[in-house]
Every structure is written in structure tokens, then in C-alpha cells.
Design a protein around this ligand. Structure first.
Ligand SMILES: [Zn+2]
Length: 245
């Protein structure tokens, strides 16, 4: 008899596998699981619901030689708005793309799991989608070990809070050094960037999000350049998002 294992995970994506099977990519506290889901394409199959992502499930898998099979699931979080609100869905796709790409580079998978779950909850609950996406992308840099150093000037190593962010320096640059270094963000932008980096996810609410949104600052191109420089990553999902929204 095959061993059954019980797990909890967030289903991030699915792709066709053989006739009538799918492979589910599931984020768990141990990293990414790839499991077979049977009968997902049949009209009357109760399994189709597991392919409408993202969703959190408790599930049982039967261990196979190579791949395990999803045998039973219980949905614990549906993130309904991420499916019903078009813009939220597009943002969720951008998040999912990054999680699928970078999970194996993250050391603490349990931290990643709780982080992704909380971000989906925030996106499900609140508007200001682009601010939530920026918080996700900025904080993910920490989990990937490439967060910018915002404690002082990365050029002359002076401790100061008056900093400008420079991609080349990989962190802050003091006013004096900024005459010799290209800085993408000015002092005010760097300060707000730091708020987004440091804010505890539990402290994020409507008021915080609207305050950030009202600054009308946009870190999107800075973030994309940062990911490109340090991870050689260009987001396809974001390209689609920009074309549509
Ligand atoms: Zn300096």
C-alpha cells in the first residue's frame, strides 16, 4: 500500500500532463511540491477547483516513484477576490511567477510560505494592489538575501539616515557621495522605500496603504531594474500586466 502524506500548501499553478492529468505546483513550508492531479479536465470532476489558483488547501498525497498523486483536498483559503477581480488576478500572477522562480533560492521556506500567504490575504482584502505588489517585491529581496543596505552610505560607510538609493551600490548613498554616484531614488523616495521594506505585514491596513498610495511614488521601474541587476530576472507576467492595465 502506498504511503499517504498529509500536507498544507498554496496551489500556485497547474499545467497539463498526459491526457486528463495535471501537475500542480504547490508551495508548502518545505518548498515547492509538484504533484499529479487526476481527472482535472473532465467536466464533472470535482478536482477542477484545485486548478483555479491561488488557493490554500490541506491535502493528502500518495507517494509515487517519481511524482506523488494528489488524492484528497480540503480548501482552507480560497482568496476569492484574486479570482473575481481582474486586476487583483493579474497582480497575483506577477507574485506567483516570482514565487515559482525563486523558491529554491530562499533558505527559510516556512518564512516564505507565511509571507506569501499573508500577501495574498492582503491583496484579497484591500485595494491599492500596486502598493501591495511593491511591498511583496521589496520584502522578497530580504528572503533572497539581496536586500539593499539602508543602514548607511555604501560608498563611504558613514552612518546616516539621509540616504539616496543606488542600484549599483546595492544600497544607500549619502548626500556627499551622491555627486559621484548615480542614485535612482531621491531622499524622500528612499525613505518611503525603507518604510515598505520594514513594515510588519500585520501592521498593514487601509490607512497605511492609502498613505503610501497618496505619495504617488512608483517604485515599479526601480524594482524591475534591481531584479534585473542582481538576479538577471525579467518578469513576463509584469510585461503582460503593463500592456493590459
Ligand atoms: Zn558616502
Amino acid at each position: 500500500m502506498k504511503t499517504l502524506i498529509k500536507k498544507r500548501g498554496i496551489i500556485l499553478s497547474s499545467k497539463d500532463f498526459k491526457e486528463n492529468y495535471k501537475i500542480l505546483n504547490i508551495l508548502t513550508i518545505d518548498g515547492l511540491d509538484h504533484v499529479i492531479l487526476k481527472g482535472a479536465n473532465k467536466m464533472n470532476s470535482g478536482n477542477k477547483k484545485y486548478t483555479i489558483v491561488p488557493l490554500e488547501v490541506d491535502f493528502l498525497i500518495a507517494e509515487g516513484k517519481n511524482l506523488s498523486t494528489f488524492t484528497e483536498g480540503y480548501i482552507t483559503q480560497n482568496f476569492t477576490n484574486l479570482k473575481n477581480v481582474y486586476e487583483k488576478n493579474m497582480i497575483a500572477q506577477v507574485i506567483i511567477e516570482k514565487v515559482l522562480t525563486f523558491t529554491e533560492h530562499v533558505l527559510d521556506h516556512e518564512l516564505l510560505y507565511n509571507f506569501v500567504k499573508k500577501i495574498f490575504e492582503l491583496l484579497n482584502q484591500y485595494d491599492y494592489h500596486t502598493v501591495i505588489l511593491e511591498i511583496f517585491e521589496i520584502k522578497l529581496l530580504y528572503l533572497l538575501g539581496i536586500a539593499p543596505n539602508l543602514e548607511g552610505c555604501c560608498r563611504c560607510h558613514k552612518k546616516t539616515t539621509n540616504l539616496l538609493l543606488s542600484i549599483n551600490l546595492g544600497g544607500g548613498c549619502c548626500i556627499d557621495c551622491s555627486y559621484f554616484t548615480h542614485c535612482e531614488l531621491d531622499e524622500e523616495e528612499t525613505q518611503i522605500f525603507k518604510y515598505l521594506y520594514l513594515i510588519k505585514l500585520d501592521k498593514i491596513d487601509d490607512i497605511f496603504l492609502s498613505l503610501i498610495a497618496n505619495t504617488h511614488l512608483n517604485f515599479d521601474s526601480f524594482i524591475d531594474k534591481y531584479y534585473e541587476k542582481y538576479l538577471d530576472f525579467r518578469s513576463i507576467a509584469k510585461k503582460i500586466l503593463k500592456k493590459i492595465v
